[in-house]
Design a protein around this ligand. Structure first.
Ligand SMILES: Nc1ncnc2c1ncn2[C@@H]1O[C@H](COP(=O)(O)OP(=O)(O)OP(=O)(O)O)[C@@H](O)[C@H]1O
Length: 498
């Protein structure tokens, strides 16, 4: 738990900046799918520590998770370390891809070591272990049959048809696993088909497809760059003036030469184009100029909710207002068969008038009805237990993350923020519902709302639709009451959108 002083609903109105390790927190995770390995894992009866895992895993485990913790929740420790070994560090650099459906990974030497361990079945099969790694419902896949995202996502353009065919087969395996959508579903099959077919396109073909969906205007002529807002994993975001109507917009400039998975950009744009809602940061248009793709979006000049939660204290009524708006976005996405999978304060942007909008659809997954997925994506601290423990998961992962975001609004940060991502994963898996500081000071309605968001049992967790009717939201203050908080945060952070 965070254990910070001077913050929270019942603390001082404005607190000093809390030094939040955003870089650490931004560690996103993805992992290969369908990997099922049985390891001979046992517990040392004297020390309580786990044995039989690959040395790299054990090293990590033993430095970050105490013997007592390993002894108490061995499965959680194994799941956490396993996920951690597949941690994808999304470098805040230009060579990162545009928010992909499958996260771009930077393969570390350690990752390679683990891949080798898995691929060559270095970890011997267990005769008697009941601690198995992976929860794939598939038959056990051995050695080189294991399709990992690394193996299947070609880093270089595929130029000839044989390679294309191979890639298509690989991508099919990946996408089948990622989407778990039945072939006979017809609710939103188009996107999935596109995901699949795009994977077979060469760079040239992807440029052709992009040209088709992009506005032919030259963005360098049409827009005047005003100010850089920041750089994310996929590109630089800046404020620009659209000469067509003098409106101010946010533009994400993506250098395509630095994107290894250009096919995913097509998917992303198509998702963005298809969604319009008052609580989503809406896509306006896309432009292609040589190797640069400019994605124009609505400009939210109030910054991110993170700025507010880390700098100022919110009243319950203001928290209810943000929850209400965010829930409307989540319910809309869910009604379209889409899970956001990365709900957190960083991905909630604010307008100066108190408008609340969800952004960042890079992790969105399309599902149909109650279909479940198994890929682990998101940011560790906001992840639902069923994601961490690699159970199949569905739309309600967004509801869990909303509950964690509500804790951010109370506390300024999510649970376990001061822990390393590996320990956070362990704690999520081991503890389930996190302890909420100053719980007794929250209103009964807020407590009940949090209870409904943070149920470990997915069946007991409320849906976004159900939560929209929750009495806690009746106390929502007007959105314009957020304006002073936004102004205060901007002042402290020296941020301006002029
Ligand atoms: N539509 C927008 N209006 C105002 N600010 C925005 C908008 N979109 C993004 N930003 C801001 O621009 C900066 C960069 O955003 P971007 O989404 O590229 O990166 P990120 O969210 O920090 O990282 P990632 O790429 O990993 O999601 C962030 O500070 C974000 O809040």
């Amino acid at each position: 738990m965070s254990g910070r002083s001077g913050r929270g609903v019942f603390g001082k109105l404005f607190s000093k900046k809390h030094n939040r390790d955003r870089e650490e927190r931004a560690t996103d995770i993805g992992m290969p799918t369908n990997v099922k390995q049985h390891l001979h894992v046992s517990k040392n009866s004297e020390t309580g520590m786990l044995e039989g895992l690959p040395p790299t895993w054990l090293r990590l485990l033993n430095t970050q998770i105490t013997p007592a913790e390993q002894n108490e929740y061995p499965d959680a420790a194994i799941q956490a370390v396993k996920f951690h070994m597949y941690t994808i560090k999304k470098e805040k650099a230009q060579d990162e891809p545009f928010k992909p459906f499958v996260t771009q990974e930077v393969i570390t030497e350690e990752d390679k070591e683990i891949e080798k361990l898995l691929d060559h079945k270095n970890a011997h099969q267990s005769q008697d272990s009941d601690l198995s790694i992976g929860q794939s419902s598939e038959e056990e896949i051995t050695g080189n049959d294991v399709p990992s995202e690394r193996q299947t996502m070609p880093a270089t353009p595929i130029k000839n048809s044989i390679k294309k065919k191979e890639a298509m087969m690989d991508m099919t395996a990946v996408m089948q696993d990622l989407t778990l959508i039945g072939e006979d579903n017809d609710e939103s099959p188009m996107l999935r088909k596109k995901e699949m077919s795009y994977s077979t396109l060469s760079d040239e073909e992807i440029y052709e497809e992009l040209k088709k969906i992009c506005n032919p205007d030259d963005p360098y002529v049409r827009f005047e760059r005003i100010k850089k807002l920041g750089a994310g994993a996929s590109g630089v975001v800046f404020i620009a003036i659209d000469s067509k109507d003098n409106s101010r917009v946010a533009i994400k400039d993506i250098d395509l030469t630095k994107q290894s998975k250009k096919e995913l950009i097509l998917n992303e744009i198509n998702v963005l184009k298809g969604f319009h809602h008052k609580n989503l940061v809406n896509f306006l248009d896309a432009f292609l100029s040589y190797d640069h793709l400019w994605v124009a979006m609505e400009l939210l000049d109030g910054g991110s909710l993170t700025d507010v939660v880390t700098e100022v204290v919110m009243k319950e009524g203001q928290i209810a207002a943000v929850c209400h708006e965010t829930l409307q976005a989540i319910a809309f996405l869910h009604s379209k068969g889409t899970i956001h999978r990365d709900i957190k304060s960083d991905n909630v942007l604010l307008g100066m008038d108190g408008t609340v909008k969800v952004t960042d659809f890079g992790f969105c997954a399309n599902i149909v009805g109650d279909e479940k997925r198994q890929t682990m994506v998101g940011t560790p601290y906001w992840m639902a237990p069923e994601v961490v423990t690699r159970k199949q998961y569905g739309k309600k992962v967004d509801v869990w993350s909303l509950g964690i975001m509500a804790i951010e609004m109370i506390e300024g940060e999510p649970p376990y923020m001061k822990e390393t991502p590996l320990r956070a994963l362990y704690l999520i898996a081991a503890m389930g519902r996190p302890k909420i500081p100053r719980w007794e000071k929250l209103s009964p309605q807020f407590q009940d709302f949090l209870d409904k968001c943070l149920q470990v049992d997915v069946d007991l967790r409320a849906s976004a639709e159900e939560l929209l009717k929750h009495p806690f939201l009746d106390c929502a203050m007007e959105l314009r009451t957020l304006t002073p908080l936004i102004k205060a945060a901007q002042k402290i952070l020296h941020k301006s959108y002029d």
